[in-house]
Design a binder for this molecule. Structure first.
Ligand code: NAI
Ligand code: MG
Length: 360
């Protein structure tokens, strides 16, 4: 039995999670060998308003007992964003050594991307997820005085850089990719980014003689993502650069509503966490119009991670079938369907796939 901790969170996180759980039920109905047990945790900004913390003190001890975490999104106007992020997402990612943030960026049939024009975009972003620019090292002193100052330190460790680059190389070798693109800025950020470049080069050279490495300055790289996105296969980036590149990656294939992500602890020593790239989208929360595909696809990635690549494949095929048919589309991709209609359409596509495959 695979045990999944489910944390819907805030805003549209709660709405899209309902659809992901619906899809999971359908998958289980179609295939009794898929033995998955879910436990829902209410940790969110609502929880914070009641208890003064985003999650209980022993939350990580509780989560440690699960095989994986399916997370929606957090962010609520009543709680400062740095509190929601640093009391919730960061402790999970850092304590559970989820140092790979894996973000696929892929053209989908039926989705009109502003850039696709018949070209196929199929890349994966490996974002370092536990250190780098997202550190709590620094300080803010002399408040309200002329000499007021703030310092924010970037922390890059050799082990941290080596592990994320190694994970990108392992993926490239496994899936027959030949090029690693590294996002850098070592011309201006001369300590940490030169260090990043040096260890990236070393790991890629050691990984395989067939892999080539291109290091591109982040400012140029964002322009290339727009001009020639089809040229990229595996992109490896620090925490901040990877965060920015993956929202851009989502946008060039059709929007945040479609993009899944995985916070992976590749050694499986701790549970990994699966969540959409998007946030809680307060501007559309409560309206029932959010696109649940990113959340459902994140469930797919989770299933692949817990050893059910077959179920992941079915989820992705069902999403692709619905988008290709084009009858059910949420507003973000040019339609009028509700969140729940999109979830239902994906469940129906799963049934169709099962029937075509000769099942009952
Ligand atoms: P956001 O991703 O929530 O929204 C950006 C834009 O994309 C909005 O116009 C929104 O309506 C749209 N959008 C996002 N997901 C969508 C979906 N599934 N279907 C249709 N449209 C969708 O980012 P934003 O506005 O910067 O942040 C809102 C809140 O979310 C903030 O509190 C922020 O801190 C939090 N956040 C949380 C994340 C997480 O939980 N991992 C990640 C990013 C932001
Ligand atoms: Mg982001």
């Amino acid at each position: 039995m695979v045990k999944i901790a489910v944390i819907p969170g805030d805003g549209i996180g709660k709405e899209v999670m309902v659809e992901a759980l619906k899809v999971l039920e359908q998958l289980k109905q179609d295939d009794p060998t898929l033995q998955i047990e879910t436990t829902i945790f209410p940790w969110s900004s609502d929880y914070y308003m009641q208890h003064g913390t985003m999650m209980p003190k022993d939350a990580l001890t509780i989560l440690r007992n699960y095989d994986a975490i399916l997370f929606g999104a957090i962010g609520d106007a009543r709680v400062p964003d740095d509190v929601t992020v640093w009391e919730f997402i960061m402790p999970i990612r850092k304590q559970f050594q989820q140092y790979v943030n894996f973000r696929p960026v892929k053209t989908l049939q039926g989705i009109a991307s502003p850039l696709v024009n018949g070209r196929e975009i199929d890349m994966v972003i490996f974002r370092e997820n536990t250190e780098g620019e997202y550190s709590n090292s620094g300080g803010h002193i002399y408040h309200n005085q002329p000499q007021e100052m703030a310092i924010q330190n970037t922390i890059m460790t050799r082990l941290g850089v080596e592990k994320i680059v190694q994970a990108a190389c392992d993926y490239a070798c496994k899936y027959g990719k030949s090029k690693i693109t590294s996002a850098t800025k070592s011309n201006a950020i001369i300590h940490s980014m030169k260090f990043w470049d040096e260890h990236t080069k070393h790991i890629v050279e050691k990984a395989s003689p067939t892999l080539t490495l291109e290091s591109i300055y982040i400012d140029a790289l964002v322009a290339y993502f727009v001009e020639r996105p089809q040229d990229f296969e595996v992109v490896v980036a620090s925490n901040l650069f990877g965060d920015i590149l993956s929202d851009l990656g989502s946008a060039i294939v059709g929007g945040l509503g479609l993009s899944p992500s995985a916070n992976l602890n590749p050694e499986k020593e701790f549970p990994s966490m699966f969540e959409p790239v998007h946030g809680s989208a307060p501007n559309i929360a409560g309206k029932g119009i959010a696109n649940p595909i990113a959340q459902i696809w994140s469930l797919g990635l989770l299933l692949g991670h817990v050893g059910r690549a077959d179920a992941e494949k079915r989820v992705v095929s069902a999403i692709e079938a619905v988008l290709k048919e084009g009858a059910v589309k949420t507003a973000d991709i040019g339609g009028q369907a509700t969140t729940s209609q999109m979830g239902d359409a994906i469940c129906q596509a799963l049934v169709n796939i099962r029937q075509t495959a000769g099942g009952v």
